[in-house]
Ligand binder design. Structure first.
Ligand code: HEM
Length: 491
């Protein structure tokens, strides 16, 4: 026989469960938990100093947050997408988080109602360490300051004149770095292709935006600066999301040093610039500083962000394309023939396909500024949004051979993202917070690859894997885990 206390206990549990389910609001599909601890338990668990106990409790009661701490954002997102479909809602660090690879929903968030999602989410202290808190444009969570800096410095500078200049600057920058090819050699004719390509895009960025004519920065310095950018990316990944309780002292110190190093690089570059330059980006920033419209910290962060955004993305994409070519003789022959005839279809599609197959930005992270509704389901203010580009770009309904690198996948896909609600191909994002450098990226990548392919052949070397087998780390950026080595030979 059950005693009165047990009966009362069972009664309370039943009432609790009934109440919970009867009041539950309509939400997107996603993991359900039998026990939903109130959010403040999350903060209590985080405070537990015993690491094992803390992790085990998180694993049981806040499994999604634990997965995002353990894995990277794109990997954890992919896990939930593959389990629950193209719209998933999880609870991440006490915040509802929607993972989207549904093209209509992605378009709604990024473009149709894009104004409501011009913020990104991240750990506040982490952003402060990075110098991104309320500064610059990439992760600035002060909407007014983001808009002001994006419009007046980034968008203003990236005008048609700059895009025209970019054509010959990209050509000259490639020539400049090629002159010092041996500096990228690890063995005779075998080069570290990633460093080589990064040096080209870095040289272009410095010329177009910072008033540093090609040749002003020595190759040794270029390599040092490029390396500082790569190290900043690592710090970015480390600090962006995880709660501070998960910081490791040594790691934190190491990444802080990398952040300082890149900030020092910015100051060094500033001091080297040609005072008579007519670069709109740097000159507008300096004018705004003189007129006290921005602070020195804001200015430096804008420069730093131009360096990180402008250098790595295009060079990694070009590396993926060169890798694809090195194992596809027919494609390489076709490209070569077309380029000799001044025809650019294979070049354009090859770069598009590289961005589809391995998008350098595997996810787009955003955050709702105000309450919103999609398909009659409420999206509360401050809901995190993760657009899973990797998954969206592989959907067989939209891409004929989604899981293969094949130019047929992108022949009918446009980079200009018209007002089509089924924008399935979004390597640069779309809407008010889309990539500001998309047209520059297209121009510089086409000029650099054209020049390289017409004059050199590239083959994988020293254990560098094929594009399909290549291990990449999915984080803020999808980058190769190991250096890429290629045999480069004059045609
Ligand atoms: C292949 C080359 C590139 C790819 C694939 C790429 C991709 C992206 C993506 C996916 C975003 C996030 C968009 C969103 O949230 O909707 C982004 C943002 C951004 N990109 Fe690019 N990008 C490339 C090249 C460049 C270049 C060359 C520059 C600079 C000249 C640049 C500057 C930026 C900046 C400043 C942002 C942040 C914009 C904001 O948050 O307001 N990107 N890019």
């Amino acid at each position: 026989m059950l005693d009165a206390t047990t009966l009362l206990f069972i009664f309370i549990i039943i009432i609790y469960i009934l109440l919970r389910y009867s009041t539950e609001k309509k939400i997107f599909p996603g993991p359900k938990h039998f026990i939903n601890l109130p959010n403040y338990f999350f903060d209590i668990v985080l405070k537990i100093s015993n690491k094992n106990l803390r992790n085990n409790l998180l694993k049981v009661f806040f499994p999604e947050s634990f997965r995002y701490i353990e894995l990277t954002v794109p990997l954890a997102s992919q896990y939930y997408t593959s389990k629950y479909g193209d719209i998933v809602q999880v609870n991440l660090f006490n915040q509802p988080t929607i993972i989207i690879s549904n093209p209509d929903f992605a378009d709604y968030i990024l473009r149709r109602n894009g104004k409501n999602y011009t913020l990104r989410f991240g750990n506040s202290l982490g952003l402060e360490y990075l110098g991104m808190k309320n500064k610059g444009i990439i992760w600035n969570r002060n909407i007014q300051r983001w808009k002001y800096q994006r419009l007046n410095f980034f968008q203003k500078a990236l005008n048609n004149k700059l895009l025209d200049d970019a054509k010959y600057i990209s050509n000259d920058a490639t020539d400049y770095i090629l002159k010092y090819l041996e500096k990228y050699e690890i063995q005779i004719n075998i080069i570290d292709i990633m460093d080589f390509l990064r040096s080209i895009t870095f040289t272009i960025t410095c010329h177009l935006f910072l008033g540093l004519p090609i040749g002003t920065i020595s190759i040794e310095k270029t390599k040092y600066y490029v390396n500082s950018i790569v190290e900043y990316f690592k710090a970015w990944e480390y600090f962006l999301l995880k709660p501070t309780q998960f910081y490791d002292e040594n790691e934190t110190n190491k990444h802080q040093k990398s952040i300082k190093q890149l900030n020092d690089v910015v100051n060094e570059i500033l001091s080297k610039r040609d005072m008579n330059n007519n670069c709109l980006f740097i000159n507008s920033l300096l004018n705004a500083l003189n007129n006290q419209q921005i602070t020195k910290e804001e200015m430096n962060q804008c420069i730093l962000e131009m360096l990180i955004a402008g250098t790595d993305t295009s060079s990694v994409t070009m590396f993926y394309f060169l890798l694809a070519l090195s194992d596809r003789n027919e494609l390489e022959e076709k490209l070569l023939k077309e380029l000799k005839d001044n025809s650019y279809q294979t070049l354009t599609n090859g770069l598009k396909e590289s961005m589809r197959f391995k998008p350098v930005g595997p996810v787009i992270m955003r955050c709702a500024i105000n309450d919103d509704i999609y398909n009659n389901i409420q999206i509360k203010k401050e809901t995190n949004i993760i657009v899973n580009l990797v998954d969206m770009h592989r959907k067989n309904e939209y891409f004929l051979l989604g899981n293969q690198f094949n130019l047929i996948n992108v022949e009918d896909k446009d980079l200009s993202n018209t007002n089509n609600e089924k924008n399935v191909f979004l390597p640069f994002g779309i809407g008010p917070k889309e990539c500001v450098g998309r047209w520059l990226a297209k121009i510089e990548m086409e000029i650099i690859i054209e020049k390289l392919i017409l004059n050199y052949s590239f083959k994988r070397a020293n254990g560098t894997k094929t594009l399909e087998e290549l291990q990449t780390r999915w984080d803020i950026a999808q980058q190769p885990t190991h250096p890429g080595y290629m045999l480069i030979q004059k045609r």
